[in-house]
Design a binder for this molecule. Sequence first.
Ligand code: ZN
Length: 215
Amino acid sequence: MVAASVWSLIIPAIEMRGEMGRLRFLPALVGFALGILFLLAMDCLVPHLHAGQALPEGRKSRLGRTAMLMLAVTIHNFPEGAAIGAILAGALSEESPVTMTAAILLAIGISIQNFPEGAIISLPFRAEGKSLRESFGLGVLSGVVEPVGALITIALAKIVTPVLPYMLSFAAGAMIYVVVEELIPEANEGNDNNRGTLAFALGFALMMTLDVMLG
Ligand SMILES: [Zn+2]
């Protein structure tokens, strides 16, 4: 997903603004930062529980375990939907270097990794004694936000092609937030796990800026 964010989303976003010369990274940088901040806000505000973690994150709430597990996956899935939407909008727009092939490949890649993600949701429910059908249904439901995210993004991007580089990199920032938060265990240790994620994002943005400006 990190590779997809860089090659399918950020690099096309930078290329779209070739006329800006050395500053062509700016829309990508702004979009990326917004994506990270948006996910950070969701992570801090929405009460949710990551599978395998003891304590919930986000604001205190009286939601049950099941609901909070679902919310965690919803937060996780939204950026993937936004990524598919942004890249499809890019493929449909004549001004962007994004090809339909790239869009379809990204969609397939994300779909494939959604199978185990659906299972991550379904299996604990099954273990908690829910029926097979109910567990499966909840797993599927957790993925529903992706087409929703995709449709919203397409609808928005079609109206405003100039915003496309921002949308592509917004999706990239959101995806990278999720990847770092969930897949790099060291960045997750302790109660204040957002700091590790933010440090990663900062380093990423800095390298991107330097690479484009000096490259
Ligand atoms: Zn979280």
